[in-house]
Design a protein around this ligand. Structure first.
Ligand code: ZN
Length: 306
């Protein structure tokens, strides 16, 4: 009983002052700053700060790649960026429909009327009162003011935005990869690639809406670009090597599942046979790996190599 009362008191204090995310921008290069989320699933404790979003300083304004998962994350991140350079947010590029990457854009829309550019899946799959995962999972003080936004410019083919002399190349994968509609962003002037969830590191990916074959295609497309920094959708490594783990994971997953199918391993045994041991110390392994193996089996069961 005592415990219940004290936890109510703690939650009460939190709501009174709002959820403090204690955000710190990480400098990736001269123009790029990122907020790198925790390597966890969204929870009441982390307030949904478990995805990456980045600011590119174009001199006159910021262009963002993704926005964080709540209005408060976006607001508190912007307050940190204001200390570095007090610029408005011109454009927010939203890479895919998972809500931890775009709900924060409700802050940029409200404060700057920023142009929201990105995947059409957001307009297609969500309405003003849709209650996505974050709305159901987070505490009221973390989710407050967060709203569903609409994409102003839907990206359906490779598109270049020229903003203050910076080229933002927005490239859709064109097939189901991490979700049904993913895009990545490349800025040649700073040789920086923003892969969003097509690449993760330090944790296991969630392939529940994705495809092993599509992921491998996306990895190939990304590797053809000439980048010095690659910022993943989740993960702290933003170097040129940031893609290695994801590439290894999907390459081995495909190879092992195809071998198991060849050896007539049934679906009921597949997660016992394929463990992806190399990744067992990565975050979210226990939560996500078996599901990825199972889904890969279902996807590859009738697969024929092209
Ligand atoms: Zn995602």
């Amino acid at each position: 009983m005592k415990k219940t009362i004290s936890s109510i008191l703690i939650l009460g204090t939190v709501s009174l002052f709002g959820f403090d995310y204690k955000l710190k921008p990480e400098k990736v290069n001269e123009n790029t700053w990122c907020f790198l989320g925790k390597l966890e699933a969204p929870s009441k404790q982390n307030g949904g700060f478990m995805s990456n979003h980045c600011y590119v300083n174009t001199g006159k304004s910021y262009v963002l790649i993704d926005s964080g998962g709540t209005y408060e994350i976006a607001k508190q991140a912007y307050e940190q960026m204001q200390k570095i350079a007090n610029l408005p947010v011109d454009t927010v590029i939203l890479t895919h429909e998972h809500d931890d990457h775009w709900l924060g854009a409700s802050f940029h829309k409200e404060k700057f009327n920023s142009k929201l550019v990105g995947t059409s899946a957001i307009n297609k799959h969500y309405e003003e009162n849709s209650k996505t995962r974050m709305f159901k999972m987070l505490t009221p003080d973390a989710i407050k003011n967060t709203k569903i936004v609409k994409i102003d410019k839907e990206i359906k083919e490779p598109t270049i935005l020229n903003i203050n002399g910076f080229e933002f190349q927005i490239i859709p994968v064109g097939t189901k990869a991490h979700t049904s509609d993913d895009l990545f962003v490349y800025v040649p002037q700073i040789k920086t690639l923003f892969s969003s969830d097509l690449v993760m590191n330090g944790r296991i990916t969630s392939n529940r809406d994705g495809s092993v074959i599509g992921q491998l295609k996306a990895i190939k497309m990304i590797e053809e670009m000439d980048y010095k920094n690659l910022v993943p959708g989740h993960g702290l490594d933003t170097s040129k090597n940031a893609i290695n783990e994801t590439k290894q994971y999907f390459t081995l997953l495909k190879q092992r599942v195809l071998e198991a199918i060849e050896e007539d391993v049934g679906v009921e045994n597949i997660t016992k046979v394929i463990k992806m041991e190399e990744f067992k110390n990565k975050a979210l392994y226990d939560e996500l790996n078996s599901r990825n193996v199972f889904d890969a089996y279902r996807e590859l069961e009738f697969y024929e190599e092209e």
